[in-house]
Write a protein that binds this ligand. Sequence first.
Ligand code: GUN
Length: 289
Amino acid sequence: MSSKLINSSKLINGKEIGNAIRTSIQAEVNALQEQGITPGLAVILVGEDPASQKYVSNKQKSCAKLGIYSELIKLPAETTEQDLLAQIEKLNGEEAIDGILVQLPLPKHINEDAVIAAIAPEKDVDGFHPISVGKMILGQETFLPCTPHGVMKMLEYSNVDIRGKHAVIVGRSHIVGVPMGQLLLQKDATVTYAHSKTPDLAAITKQADILVVATGRAKMIKKEHVKEGAVIIDVGINVDENGKLCGDVDFDDVLDTVSQITPVPGGVGPMTITMLLENTVQSAKQKLS
Ligand code: GUN
């Protein structure tokens, strides 16, 4: 077998796994529509950040493909916190809207915590509301944050054994790192969080059976950070020195060392959107009862 073929068997293909899950979401959307329910997602984008615009446009396209109604509310960067809160309040009461997503980051003058707290928890398809986060930590049923939830699905589809394994998370954001560790802990991993203040990063990451990297720093994880046979999940989406998309992990450098790895693009990204679609459909299903 050529080394290319051996290496391709190491890939955790988020696009493929995401498509498999989307097929079953599609069936759920069809079943809801037969009962007169169209799931609806409202996405609020404040300002003109190009990366955010791209993410939002991908989310909308994915909704359209599955027959999920989506509404984009584009607000100027100068929008006041008060106006944004009023917009959320309005969407909280709209029957056609099952999910509300405020694209982050928000402009500096707006308090993100206040905005997230204003979203009705039953429409919090991002899983960022303090009530959703609390329930997640307690292992209660709630909307799970899309990226960590997507990573858990990828590990499941790739038959990665989690129980008793050492999972190291690099990055401690509220969107990815922190909830990621909690979900792995609930599946009986031993979890270590590493971050920008961790003195000897390689000494920690080298212990990882499962290494999840979410730092936003292009190709920062190299061969010397990785244990032989580790499973690597790369959450980063960066642009390298040649203008090409790349992750937080130096893919080519670590490929021979790892047992499985997510590529960028085509890894975690498609899974995040898939989980958003799933949460929106789950939210719409509450109308059945
Ligand atoms: N910005 C980066 N990732 C996310 C996400 O998952 N949800 C929202 N709302 N904003 C983000």
